[in-house]
Design a protein around this ligand. Structure first.
Ligand SMILES: NC(=O)c1ccc[n+]([C@@H]2O[C@H](COP(=O)([O-])OP(=O)(O)OC[C@H]3O[C@@H](n4cnc5c(N)ncnc54)[C@H](O)[C@@H]3O)[C@@H](O)[C@H]2O)c1
Length: 356
């Protein structure tokens, strides 16, 4: 990888178009070695010329860029959400970005709705399988519009897919530390194998097999419903969580609640050795889009996560430290208690980053 980092930026729809420019501004403030190229993929482009992903779009991203920063997709003017499916799920599936890494870190106790819970209590990660499960679109509708209508949504779990995300979780646990510098020690597999016995059985067997290779790491299991309860009762229980596509999607919105809401949550879609994609956990939030109220910190922390992935750890830590200062000094949007607009909050972080 060259010294300069080539980043494709795809703001997408709704608040993506507001928060991603703030993240871009902060990246340019932290380093002159980041080259950004913006693409207009999203609902506006789709409505203008019916393009979702231009021909060879994913090949071009993988060939010409070190990483991709994405906003969100989803626009009420496109009720089918076809563009979101083709761009976002297309990128995850066709670029084979199998590990959706969603760190859950509480920056400051003031952001957490739970009593007596501080940053040292919430520092875990959810590793979500990102290329299979029920999001692959397999299935169909039969006798649509009649009283006998049938809808089938298949849940695809391959040994290859399950094994590589579970192995990724054990490797993550081995190699990544907590924010306080201590080692990670536990991998918890979350499923619903009591009811979904075929898929759950595969996950259980593979988890046992792969886990037996990592003798220093403790293994745990929770059904997804129990995990939701425990996440709210005692987030200290969690270290590394690995789960399937749908459960990972759902539990990370709950986990975002522990961090201060969806406006604070970052994520990466990774395949080691390939061009990876980074996006805030939140969606396009149509009701608040265009109002300059969306919290840009999830997108800014996502940019920091991407820079760390590209080897720019010092720059990433600097951005995270300044977002924390913004939280402590109330230089935030209203969702986390401040009075700034999206642009003002982003500019405050960018300005402090460039001064430091
Ligand atoms: N990765 C993605 O692109 C992605 C993810 C989730 C949803 N979506 C799409 O986004 C659209 C809206 O979906 P939704 O409402 O379920 O989820 P959402 O994440 O857009 O919004 C959920 C709630 O969180 C709030 N919120 C989200 N981000 C925020 C931010 N940065 N600052 C302040 N508040 C924020 C919203 O106002 C809303 O109340 C749909 O079209 C959906 O398909 C896209």
């Amino acid at each position: 990888m060259s010294q300069r980092k080539r980043i494709a930026v795809i703001p997408g729809d709704g608040i993506g178009k507001e928060v991603i420019p703030q993240a871009a501004q902060v990246m340019q403030a932290v380093s002159a070695a980041v080259d950004l190229t913006t693409f207009d993929w999203g609902a506006d482009r789709y409505l203008a010329d019916k393009t979702t992903v231009p021909p060879d779009g994913f090949t071009m991203l993988a060939r010409d860029f070190d990483a991709i920063l994405v906003g969100a997709f989803g626009d009420p003017r496109v009720p089918s959400n076809i563009h979101a499916k083709e761009i976002l799920l297309g990128m995850r599936f066709q670029m084979d970005l199998y590990a959706n890494v969603r760190p859950v870190r509480l920056m400051d106790a003031s952001l957490c709705p739970l009593k007596g819970v501080g940053p040292k209590d919430v520092d875990f990660v959810v590793l979500r399988e990102n290329t299979e499960g029920v999001y692959g679109g397999l299935g169909g509708i039969f006798k649509q519009g009649t009283p006998d209508e049938i809808a089938i949504q298949e849940d695809v779990n391959t040994r290859k897919g399950v094994e590589r995300i579970i192995r990724y979780a054990f490797e993550y646990c081995t190699n990544q530390r907590k924010l306080d510098g201590s080692s990670r020690r536990r991998v918890l597999m979350c499923d619903k194998s009591n009811a979904m016995t075929h898929a759950g059985g595969l996950w259980q067997r593979v988890f046992k097999e792969v886990g037996s290779e990592y003798t220093k790491i403790e293994t745990q299991h929770m059904y997804v419903d129990a995990l939701c309860l425990q996440m709210v009762r005692d987030p200290r229980l969690f270290d590394v969580i690995v789960t399937n596509n749908m459960f990972g999607d759902i539990v990370t919105d709950l986990a975002a609640g522990l961090q201060g809401g969806l406006g604070m949550a970052a994520s990466g879609n990774l395949h080691p050795g390939k061009t990876s994609m980074f996006e805030p956990v939140h969606g396009s939030a149509p009701p608040i889009a265009g109002k300059d109220v969306a919290n840009p910190f999830g997108a800014i922390l996502t940019a920091a996560m991407m820079l760390a992935h590209l080897g720019m750890k010092a720059e990433a830590e600097k951005i995270e430290a300044i977002v924390l200062e913004a939280v402590r000094e109330d230089k935030t949007t209203a969702d986390i208690g401040g009075a700034l607009g999206t642009r003002e909050a982003g500019e405050w972080v960018a300005e402090r980053v460039s001064r430091r």
